[in-house]
Design a protein around this ligand. Structure first.
Ligand code: ZN
Length: 298
């Protein structure tokens, strides 16, 4: 298989910063407005299927990362992809990611990701603008932690809807780069809670790992997360966590109640708009994931 993956560094708005916190010429932090989930997602929720629309979406995400003092990086690929969903077809796309370094020396990485593409017809507010928003909300809290004992990689995968394409390529890059990824959290569809119980499902939390580390982790995180409902373990595959599991990396999917039967009726439809997203649920679930990652950084 021919591998043509290349990494392109992207600098937006202002020049690239080598530190995790951008400073003004006077040396002070610029005023950083907290991310308003609804404002961001309603802006973000438009079709992200064609290359030009996906490029627009990447700019919106990269803007937010830059505001946090993170350096958005693009991973362009044009190669054959082979996994459980696609068998050696050629794809061209772009993953977006940013690194947040540990505050103490560490070789270990935690990945927190969501896919930013959509199917052709849907504006993808829930699928997966909600996951993208949740990762950005988490990033906002994690950059401010005084102590981080591991590195964090925020990842925004392309072409999940075509068969976990972007995440497959991304995992290959991590493995080739020799990164020690100790856990990957993939958030996909965390914007629907029709019955209002604020339950969260953990997909395949026990796969390829011993002793259900993610279930214990998320139960502990739930105890720290005000307003969250039950945390339920399922066998759900069908999202980017599978790319990590296939490479032997401990990974979990965080999603709304698929097996619990409280799944959005707007899935892959034109009506997957921000008007049909439950923002209280989204932000509470984002806090849960953030608390789980914080536990892994303590
Ligand atoms: Zn999705």
């Amino acid at each position: 298989m021919r591998v043509t993956t290349k990494i392109v560094f992207l600098c937006l708005l202002t020049s690239c910063s080598s530190t995790n916190r951008r400073r003004t010429a006077g040396g002070e932090d610029p005023v950083r407005k907290p991310l308003d989930a609804e404002t961001f997602l309603c802006d973000f929720a438009s079709k992200r299927f064609e290359p030009e629309d996906r490029a627009q979406a990447r700019l919106r995400i990269a803007d937010r990362l830059s505001l946090l003092g993170l350096e958005p990086k693009m991973q362009s690929y044009d190669e054959e992809v082979r996994n459980g969903y696609v068998r050696g077809r050629r794809f061209a796309g772009v993953n977006l990611y940013a690194e947040l370094r540990a505050t103490v020396p560490s070789e270990e990485w935690i990945v927190l990701g969501a896919h930013y593409d959509t199917v052709r017809v849907a504006p993808g507010a829930d699928d997966d603008g909600s996951g993208v928003t949740a990762v950005l909300l988490a990033a906002e809290r994690l950059v401010d932690l005084k102590v981080r004992r591991r590195n964090v990689l925020f990842a925004f995968f392309d072409q999940e809807e075509l068969g976990l394409v972007g995440s497959s390529v991304f995992v290959k890059f991590l493995v080739a780069d020799g990164r020690k990824v100790v856990a990957a959290h993939a958030i996909d569809m965390i914007g629907w809670d029709g019955d209002g119980d604020r339950a969260v499902e953990l997909g395949r939390a026990d796969a390829e790992t011993r002793g259900d580390p993610f279930v214990a982790l998320y139960e502990k995180a739930a105890a720290r997360t005000q307003g969250i409902g039950p945390v339920i373990r399922t066998r759900m595959g069908r999202s980017d966590h599978v790319s990590f599991l296939d490479a032997g990396i401990p990974a979990v999917l965080i999603t709304q109640e698929y097996e619990g039967g409280d799944w959005t009726p707007h899935y892959h439809r034109k009506t997957d708009t921000c008007a049909n997203v439950h923002f209280g649920y989204l932000t509470t679930a984002a806090a849960l994931v953030t608390n789980a990652v914080i536990l892994q950084l303590e």
